[in-house]
Design a protein around this ligand. Structure first.
Ligand code: UGA
Length: 436
């Protein structure tokens, strides 16, 4: 099948490449010439494990190509996926900015030939696919097309595995004809028994927001329970096991941390709140999760201050991990972007390290942060080390060495990577989240 992917961000590039790996012929289109020339030269503009190999393989085998021209890509395509960005609107009101989606729809309209299904892959408010249909119809009244919604549930850092082995695929369709096209697109997964949830367009659009909102609620819930654990002297890791083994609750997304970040949860929770407001409804649980998430970051600043004896002024803090989670270079809404400026403002000196995110971090963090070559350089002479993001290489630090090179053996573990008893035995003053 011939597929066109509009937008080569995380979602578009991973999805387009994986469709090619399925055996489809995929053309990825992006307006940014520099991005397309990089991709043509075999350079991947983002860090996503395994993506470079998969892109290379599919390009070599002639199933994946890149272009800036819709003219090349649209006329032959049976399915066109729109995977352009939907950032929070510049008005700062939480609404998703749909400018890029609608601009893509307008342009696509002129090149359509033969029956084509146009599918929203980006996370978009309820009603967007219908609006895309209206735009196309206005631009090209004779076009033969259907619109559909096919939300993605990929996690950055694990996107390829998530794509190849999804828990489910959700397709929102308006006709049997368009459903057949989408089932054909996902046939390789269908043959592997992946459940396909076929529903209305509106349900599919809302399913994506509901999934991300639920996960955000789950994280804020465990973060709040972690604080309760600290107050009563309980252990949140054991508690998470105790509740997570109940199949109705599930053991995933019950790891406390410095608050959720990334390009999705913060944006999508706010967008959902705005969407429901327009219908005169509210999602109070989601509102609470957003508030708890902001409070969690402030709590982390206080935790660090307390471990430094009540003031961060003049103290050197080593920070391990800056990205919003491991295996990505993405700094969007990373907890570090709130926590580090707060520490700097109070006069701390910050020496930071991240395996993949330091270049990106420079665009998101204020000046004054020192970026170090490795964890040990960051910890040299530090009054405390803060483990902010649980990259694998921070899981097996040489703790004896660390203790010797640090000015004070103070370890603040915002991801509960280390065992408190062991850390105390080695001689660290150790503080995790939600456990003594
Ligand atoms: C999230 C969803 O997990 C994907 O299903 C969805 O497709 C994607 O958003 C999207 O909408 O595009 P992602 O943002 O890549 O994926 O990352 P997650 O692994 O979900 O982590 C999000 C944040 O939650 C991170 O800051 C992470 O550290 C935090 N988190 C996650 C916790 O603090 N505790 C947990 O137990 C799990």
């Amino acid at each position: 099948m011939k597929i066109t992917m509009i937008g080569t961000g995380y979602v578009g590039l991973v999805t387009g490449t994986c469709f090619a790996e399925f055996g489809h012929h995929v053309t990825c289109v992006d307006k940014i010439e520099d991005k397309i020339s990089q991709l043509k030269a075999g350079k991947i503009p983002i860090y996503e494990p395994g993506l470079d190999l998969l892109v290379g393989k599919n390009v070599n085998e002639g199933r994946l190509q890149f272009t800036t021209s819709l003219d090349d890509a649209i006329p032959e395509a049976e399915a066109i996926f729109i995977a352009v960005g939907t950032p929070s609107s510049r008005r700062g009101d939480g609404y998703a900015d749909l400018t890029y989606i609608y601009a893509a729809a307008k342009e696509i309209a002129h090149y359509l030939q033969g029956y084509t299904v146009i599918i929203d892959k980006s996370t978009v408010p309820v009603g967007t696919a219908r609006q895309v249909a209206r735009i196309i119809r206005e631009e090209n009244p004779t076009a033969d097309f259907s619109v559909a919604s096919n939300p993605e549930f990929l996690r950055e850092g694990a996107a390829i595995t998530d794509f190849m082995r999804p828990d489910r695929v959700v397709i929102g369709v308006e006709s049997e004809k368009s459903e057949r096209v989408l089932r054909e697109v996902y046939k390789p997964l269908f043959l592997r028994d992946t459940p396909i949830v076929s529903t209305t367009i509106e349900t599919a659009e809302l399913t994506k927001y509901a999934a991300n909102a639920f996960l955000a609620v789950k994280i804020s819930f465990i973060n709040e329970i972690a604080s309760v654990c600290e107050a009563v002297g309980a252990d949140v890791s054991d508690l998470a096991k105790g509740i997570g083994m109940d199949g109705r609750i599930g053991n995933k997304f019950l790891h406390p941390g410095p608050g959720y970040g990334g390009s999705c949860f913060p944006k999508d929770t706010l967008a959902l709140m705005r969407i429901v407001q327009e219908y005169g409804e509210s999602v109070r649980i989601v509102e609470a999760a957003v508030e708890v998430n902001a409070a969690q970051k402030a709590r982390m600043v206080k935790k660090i201050r307390d471990m430094l004896g009540g003031s961060e002024s003049g103290k050197t803090i080593a920070v391990l991990g800056l990205t919003f989670k491991p295996e990505t270079d993405d700094m969007r809404e990373a907890p570090a972007t709130t926590i580090l400026p707060a520490l700097l403002e109070k006069g701390a000196r910050i020496k930071a390290h991240d395996p993949k995110g330091m270049e990106e971090a420079k665009h998101y963090l204020p000046e004054g942060i020192e970026y170090m070559e490795n964890s040990y350089e960051a910890c040299e002479g530090a009054d405390a080390v803060v483990l902010m993001t649980e990259w694998n290489q921070y899981r097996a630090l040489d703790l004896d060495r660390l203790k010797v090179i640090m000015k004070e053996p103070v370890f603040i573990d915002l991801r509960n990577v280390y065992d408190p008893a062991t850390m105390q035995e080695i001689g660290f003053r150790y503080m995790g989240i939600g456990r003594k």
